[in-house]
Design a protein around this ligand. Structure first.
Ligand SMILES: [Ca+2]
Length: 366
């Protein structure tokens, strides 16, 4: 893959400039010029196809990559039926209304032994979302209907770097993102499956990258020998769009980071089962995933993305240069690339403690 080609424009400085110059945002002259160059030029090429994206200044992107404060406006993109953890993430987001304003749920494609292909996986995820909402009784009276809240996503993966897969989910994401001004707080696009829907929305309307922050659980830790992780490797082209186009990204790596989020059937029976219809459903889902429960544990990966938004101290992070996804399914690095934020650890006990506390509020009171 080629790196973005940057053509530096010429500047005419008309006004004499003081050596102590600083603009209204407190930037030095050198920083202003660097940011201006960055704003003006961004062209990327893959496989002979050139794409242009609005380029964000480093200053703007780094500000967007600060963990959110206050209420978080978000959408959640989920391959809900692919195993048993997305269900927990959807429920966790909906039970965290003190902090998270969940505006939409998008069904993502997946293909494993629980589907016959990405279209079937997406449809099964859509139906699973509805089952969760029914058991949570999640729609407020007079609130949006489920058809305004749950959207079908892509029925296939990206064919290449330039052609999106159009879907109701991608269209809704564009509408919600473009309804915001660039200076507004961003819309957090939390993705816990293959990133096809989100990449498609960016390819359909590149301007959204000024208005969103992507929080994606995908790929492995940056030191891991490969990154053929389920979410990333189903649609590597979509992953390249996310890591290459300059959109602010918070990455939650799977192996060696989020993989620490284990629970057991004993814990599920004690703290999840009996917590309303949804608690029983989650418990039944985990137990049904594996026959032999003796000394068995299950990773509930996807709640990590919700935990980051609830309390960034539970998921400590580093700023790193955006990694390159190679054709061999490995990470490659170039210190000239823009920054992303990556999670390097999860405080497992604090996250499960918060989730179980919220589920406990659903326990019948008699
Ligand atoms: Ca998932």
């Amino acid at each position: 893959m080629d790196k973005g080609k940057v053509q530096k424009p010429c500047y005419d400085i008309v006004e004499p400039v003081s050596l102590n110059f600083c603009d209204k945002e407190g930037r030095s002259l050198a920083q202003v010029v660097e940011d201006k160059i960055s704003e003006l030029c961004a062209e990327f090429e893959q496989g002979g196809i050139k794409m242009k994206f609005p380029t964000l200044s480093d200053t703007f992107r780094l500000a967007r990559l600060e963990p959110p404060t206050g209420k978080v406006q978000m959408v959640l993109d989920t391959d809900t039926y692919n195993e048993v953890d997305d269900q927990f993430a959807v429920v966790y987001a909906l039970l965290s209304a003190e902090r998270l304003e969940l505006q939409a749920l998008y069904a993502a494609p997946f293909f494993n032994n629980r589907s016959t292909g990405p279209a079937d996986g997406m449809e099964k995820s859509y139906q699973e979302i509805l089952r969760l909402l029914e058991r949570l009784d999640a729609m407020p009276e007079g609130g949006p209907t489920w058809s305004d809240f749950v959207f079908r996503g892509s029925d296939r993966y990206l064919p290449d770097w330039a052609h999106p897969v159009e879907s109701d989910a991608a269209r809704d994401l564009i509408v919600k993102a473009m309804a915001r001004a660039e200076e507004d707080d961003p819309l957090y696009v939390v993705a816990i499956g293959a990133i096809t829907n989100v990449a498609s929305a960016i390819l359909m309307e590149p301007e959204i990258i000024k208005r969103i922050v992507i929080v994606w659980l995908g790929g492995n830790a940056l030191h891991w020998p490969h990154t053929k992780e389920f979410n990333l490797w189903q649609d590597p082209q979509a992953a390249r769009v996310i890591f290459d186009c300059g959109v602010p990204v918070v990455q939650l790596p799977c192996m060696n980071v989020v993989s620490h989020l284990h629970t057991t059937v004993a814990e599920i029976e004690r703290y999840v089962q009996g917590r309303g219809a949804i608690g029983d459903y989650l418990a039944e889902t985990v137990k049904g995933y594996h026959q032999d429960h003796f000394a068995w544990s299950k990773v509930i990966w996807d709640i990590a993305a919700i935990a980051y938004l609830l309390n960034e101290a539970w998921t400590p992070t580093d700023l790193v240069h955006s990694p390159i996804v190679t054709d061999q399914g490995t990470w490659s690095f170039d210190n000239g690339r823009h920054f992303i934020r990556t999670v390097y650890h999860v405080h497992r006990d604090l996250i499960f403690r918060d989730l179980f506390t919220k589920l406990d509020l659903l326990k019948p009171k008699y």
